[in-house]
Design a protein around this ligand. Structure first.
Ligand code: GDP
Ligand code: MG
Length: 674
């Protein structure tokens, strides 16, 4: 196979590892230098040196993780025929820091080797380690995690702590955006200097447990809260014997391990299609540089300085002591507030407690790294404020209750005797709203955004409801009272005028009715005005009053004119004329008296009452404005005695009067006979 064959093949994986005709060792390129700058030479190198620029997806990328001087470069060179710098066993010369890339001998595989510096106590080293690890994770299909056997199970020793941040930022930066089409990365753990007493299975179990523990601690972005480590990573574990003590075995095992990278038929072949990042070779430089830029600008990767770490630790301690004190001081407030008590001076007391807490924190914490100190101070302040806010809300609730109670009792006290309803309600309202606002303002804590607008609005609504309810009750009470006085007057004058029925009777009743009605109407309007009633409400109330008054008049008339009462009236009128003389003395009939004529006259007069009472006669000069509705038809309400009733009454009366006639006749016969 020739170089051109490989260039023209665009199938991903599979053939990528086939031995290239140009079986030479390729040069390496420092793609990220010691100043963390990304190289400009990658496209050129891909094309001219590694001859991979035209291979499309048909290549793979391998990177390596691990502590310094764990033989990473040595292993890569053995596996891939690369020429990465190896620290000389005698001189212990430091290799140049950065990320190096080269092409594997006879394969379409790019290899990245990371060089840091020894000694991890210097913060900057970890910073670069994180960045380079994340870069490898975001770009490579396969990552070799290189560690000593004795590092297995040592969280810090194996540099596993680094993985947490790397996992976290990898998820957040590069995975969350991808949605469903997750692509995986293979983590191949190579355990070096394996002595053999602990089997590989045990070592890999320990590592798997560690990884899962780390993954649990990773804070996951929204939507990925429940994602599993295996959604993103596959794992493989293998061991290598000590290179210096068992050189032969070491070489043999490296050759075996190499098979996994070059032989697609190997059961542990590492370049599975779903590890491929689908970045065409000619775009690799753009893609990789983009990733590096994102990593460089990501704040989560910035390691805190020792100063900051110290400040975080101490400020947390100081804050928790201060906060304990704070909690002790506020303990006594909860119970009374929950019980509905309004605590005088709650505002100043909260202010004092909170300030004491902050002062206590400041005293010790202000000496530490100022950014951290300020941030922690804000946290303490917010925590304290949010605890106190509960009291604030509780007291507002109690103030509201008190305001409502006060309002109710003020209104009750004053709605007695002579009062103006609107004035009573308004002054009670002003008083309690004023009390609420001043009480609420007094417990606003400085430096907070607390408000009581919502509570005030609620209070106002409640008071409006109460006022409306009380107004409805008052209106009802008032209309009832008016009706009662109205009824009394009607009853009185109707009875009076009906006693001496005559032609003027209806005119008098109607005029009197109207007079009383006008009077009551005026009282009604006056009271309604003091209720702030609307014009519509006024019209409605007046028309209802008129209608009810008229019905009452009608009722009284009907009562007065019930059958027996009416017959009594007829009889009275008849007897007055027939049985008494003009001086009002009882008549003694004499034989030559014309009983028949007297009888006829008296009877006519009595019967005449029936037509007088038959219907209400509204005088022409009276304008009665009684509204009609389904309950009342004014015109027909004027009729009191129907034709039938008139007929019945006259028949019944005639029978009665006939008895009187006979009695008169008999008395004459008796006198003459004596
Ligand atoms: P790197 O910093 O991880 O890339 O490590 P190097 O590859 O530069 O090697 C560091 C030192 O470890 C060199 O002196 C190597 O000879 C030595 N070394 C390489 N492989 C092994 C190994 O398998 N076991 C031991 N004990 N030392 C090794
Ligand atoms: Mg190295």
């Amino acid at each position: 196979m020739t170089a051109t064959d490989i260039g023209s093949s665009n199938e991903p994986n599979g053939q990528a590892q086939q031995i290239n005709g140009t079986n030479r060792t390729f040069a390496q390129l420092q793609i990220i230098d010691e100043n963390q700058h990304f190289t400009k030479d990658l496209p050129k190198c891909m094309k001219d040196e590694w001859e991979l620029a035209d291979c499309g997806f048909n290549y793979n990328l391998v990177a390596v993780f691990g502590s310094q001087s764990t033989g990473k470069s040595t292993l890569l060179n053995r596996l891939f025929g690369t020429n990465f710098d190896v620290m000389s066993e005698t001189a212990r010369r430091q290799t140049t820091k950065g990320i190096w890339m080269s092409r594997g001998k006879g394969m379409n595989v790019l290899i990245m080797d990371v060089e840091g510096t020894d000694g991890r106590e210097r913060g900057e080293d970890q910073d670069f380690e994180r960045k380079s690890a994340l870069f490898s994770m975001a770009t490579s299909n396969v990552i070799i995690v290189n560690l000593w056997e004795h590092q297995v199970g040592l969280y810090q020793g194996a540099n596993m702590g680094l993985l947490k941040t790397v996992f976290e930022v990898n998820l957040q930066l590069f995975q969350a955006a991808r949605g469903k089409e997750k692509e995986k990365t293979l983590l191949l753990f190579v355990i070096r200097d394996h002595v053999g007493s602990t089997p590989l299975a045990n070592l890999s179990n320990t590592l798997t447990a560690d990884l899962e523990r780390i993954w649990e601690g990773v804070s996951k972005p929204e939507g990925l809260e429940h994602c599993m480590i295996n959604d993103y990573f596959d794992f493989m574990f293998t061991t290598l014997p000590h290179k210096l003590l068992l050189p032969k075995e070491f070489e043999q095992d490296v050759i075996k391990l190499r098979e996994r990278f070059v032989n697609p038929n190997n059961k542990d072949f590492v370049f599975k299609p779903n590890y491929n990042k689908r970045v065409p070779a000619d775009g690799l430089h753009v893609y990789a540089e983009g990733i590096w830029d994102q990593i460089m600008s990501n704040k989560d990767l910035d390691l805190p300085t020792q100063q900051e770490l110290l400040a975080q630790y101490r400020c947390d301690e100081i804050a928790s002591v201060a906060f304990e004190n704070f909690l002790g001081k506020i303990k006594g407030y909860r119970q009374p507030i929950e019980a509905g008590k309004i605590i005088d001076d709650l505002g100043p007391q909260m202010e004092e407690i909170r300030n004491a807490t902050i002062n206590q924190f400041d005293k010790d914490a202000s000496r530490y790294h100022s950014e951290v100190y300020k941030r922690k101070r804000q946290e303490v302040l917010q925590k304290a404020n949010s605890q106190l806010h509960v009291f604030f809300l509780g007291q507002l609730k109690n103030l509201t209750k008190k305001a409502i109670n006060t309002f109710n009792s003020r209104v009750k006290e004053q709605l007695k005797g002579e009062y103006d309803f609107a004035i009573v309600v308004d002054s009670a309202r002003d008083e309690v709203e004023g009390l609420f606002v001043s009480g609420a303002e007094a417990i606003l804590l400085s430096g907070t955004d607390w408000t009581f607008e919502e509570e005030l609005t609620q209070l106002k609504d409640s008071i409006n409801d109460l006022a409306a309810k009380s107004r409805t009750e008052e209106t009802k009470k008032m209309i009832k009272a008016l009706e009662k006085s109205f009824q009394l007057q009607i009853n009185e004058f109707v009875s009076l005028y009906f006693k001496t029925p005559n032609q003027d009777m209806w005119g008098k009743i109607i005029k009197k009715f109207q007079q009383v009605l006008t009077n009551v109407e005026q009282q009604l309007l006056k009271r309604l005005k003091s209720f702030n009633a609307s014009e519509e409400e006024n019209v409605e109330a007046v028309s209802s009053l008129r209608k009810r008054s008229w019905l009452q008049l009608r009722k009284k008339i009907d009562e007065e004119l019930a059958d027996n009462m009416f017959l009594l009236k007829l009889r009275e009128r008849f007897e007055e004329k027939f049985r008494y003389d003009d001086e009002g003395l009882p008549k003694v009939w004499k034989p030559d008296d014309d009983i028949d004529a007297h009888f006829r006259k008296a009877k006519e007069e009595a019967i005449g009452l029936i037509s007088l009472f038959a219907s209400i006669q509204v005088p022409d000069d009276v304008e009665l404005d009684i509204p009609s509705d389904e309950e009342l038809d004014f015109e027909s309400s004027l009729t009191i005695l129907t034709e039938t009733r008139q007929h019945d009454l006259s028949v019944r009366f005639k029978r009665e009067s006939d008895a009187f006639y006979l009695e008169a006749k008999r008395s004459v016969v008796a006198t003459t006979a004596r």
